[in-house]
Ligand binder design. Structure first.
Ligand code: MN
Length: 433
């Protein structure tokens, strides 16, 4: 587990003025990403306040040495896969070097300003070439809410509390925040219709999830022991697993979701490192009385003691009607990552337990995160009870599911007394017709 050190000092300040008190990217965060400045090519960067530090330029200027230099060199080329593969040591060394470089009173401060770009003028890209993307179902309240729509008496299937449920998703259609997508077409067969038909999804939904970026990974056939699983997590992001519920309901049996999920998945572009999240780790909440203890290959005392993420999560809806009336975005969800039934390490260990090789830059989704309270439900499927109880917005608009022109924005904030809070930055996507 990551350690607390001087880079987590609440009093630390940067000479990049916008970083100080920044809700997402103060100097205590320093997330990694890939960006393109206006008219420039894709390169590695670090978010600092309202600016992005060009990591390639820092490297070229000779401002790094040792493992930090090795990490920055591996980050060249417009994708972070090789850097993520280096694991925690070089990642922490780079964090420490950049913390020193960007700190108030840094002796190199005068050399840095021309390496900074206003984030508003840059394009944020995917941080890695995603070889594989898998999505779990670790939000037990979400699984319960969805299961109850079909099986009110036994919402959870018998396997749920024993095995982290997941499926292999589609990597090619993972897009960075800010990318709009077209409403998917597919086969639909609602109970009210006698025959299936092909056409645009009528029940388009969002799913509020966290993404887990894989670091070093494992060789084919060599599982990752649970005690080492956290070493293979390179960081976290927000993930919106857009879902066409009507297509899903018709196609998913017996093999699971296919076209209902593969048309688009949106991630926030910054990789929030385990080092940045160190102050915000928490014990995995104890399982309710009577739930099975995780099997040995998923049980680690240190992971149980500090492997969960204490992270506030939100989902916001922007609509044409709200915009036309000058009204703010409508908050759909306010929840917490502590509602996950499995830790990130358990998801990694489980994924590799059969011998599947995880590779640097692979992406895992946690599954939709919903809390016990309705305000924390992480999809419209739950909020509107399958579309039966529509939401009326302050604009007067009514939503069962998403309409063309709607945009969903996910956000995440970590806070703890005595530490500078950090955020993940936005995970935004809009649906077009
Ligand atoms: Mn999902």
């Amino acid at each position: 587990m990551s350690m607390i050190d001087h880079t987590h000092d609440q009093a630390a300040r940067s000479f990049v003025a916008s970083a100080n008190g920044h809700a997402d990217f103060p100097i205590q965060n320093l997330p990694l990403g890939i960006f393109a400045p206006q008219g420039g090519t894709a390169r590695a960067g670090i978010a600092i306040g309202e600016m992005i530090l060009d990591l390639d330029a820092v490297l070229a200027a000779g401002l790094l040495d040792g493992a930090a230099e090795e990490m920055a060199a591996a980050a060249e080329g417009g994708a972070l896969n090789e850097a993520l593969a280096l694991g925690a040591g070089p990642r922490r060394a780079l964090r420490h070097a950049l913390f020193a470089l960007l700190s108030e009173g840094s002796p190199e401060a005068a050399r840095v300003p021309h390496m900074l770009h206003a984030a508003a003028d840059c394009t944020l890209l995917l941080p890695a070439r995603i070889g594989d993307y898998s999505d779990f179902y670790a939000g037990i309240q979400h699984a319960t809410n969805v299961g109850a729509l079909f099986r009110p008496d036994t919402p959870l299937l018998p396997n749920y509390k024993h095995v982290p449920i997941g499926y292999h998703g589609r990597a090619s259609s993972v897009v960075p925040s800010g990318t709009d997508f077209r409403r998917p077409h597919g086969q639909r067969k609602p109970a009210t219709e006698t025959a299936p038909s092909f056409g645009p999804s009528r029940n388009l939904d969002y799913e509020l999830e966290l993404g887990i970026w894989i670091g070093p990974g494992n060789a084919l056939g060599e599982p990752i022991p649970i005690a080492q699983a956290a070493d293979h997590v390179a960081g976290f992001c927000l993930l919106n697993d857009w879902s066409a519920r009507d297509i899903q309901g018709w196609e998913y049996q017996p093999l699971g979701p296919f076209l209902a999920k593969s048309f688009c998945t949106t991630v926030s572009p910054w990789i929030i490192t385990p080092e940045a999240m160190a102050p915000f780790r928490a014990p995995q909440p104890p399982r309710p009385e009577g739930d099975p203890r995780p099997m040995d290959h998923l049980w680690d005392e240190a992971d149980q003691a500090g492997g969960a993420l204490d992270l506030d999560l939100e989902a916001w809806l922007e609509t044409p009607g709200l915009a036309a009336k000058g009204l703010p975005a409508h908050r759909l969800t306010r929840g917490t990552a502590l509602a996950l039934y499995w830790t990130p390490a358990q998801l990694v260990a489980h994924h590799a337990s059969g011998g599947c090789n995880l590779q640097p830059g692979d992406l895992l989704g946690t599954g939709t995160i919903s809390t016990a309270e309705p305000e924390g439900w992480g999809s419209l499927l739950e909020i509107t009870r399958g579309g039966r109880q529509p939401v009326t917005l302050p604009s007067g608009e009514v939503r069962r599911f998403l309409e063309d022109g709607d945009t969903v924005v996910l956000g995440a904030r970590a806070r703890r007394e005595g530490f500078a809070g950090i955020g993940f930055g936005a995970c935004r996507g809009g649906v077009t017709g």
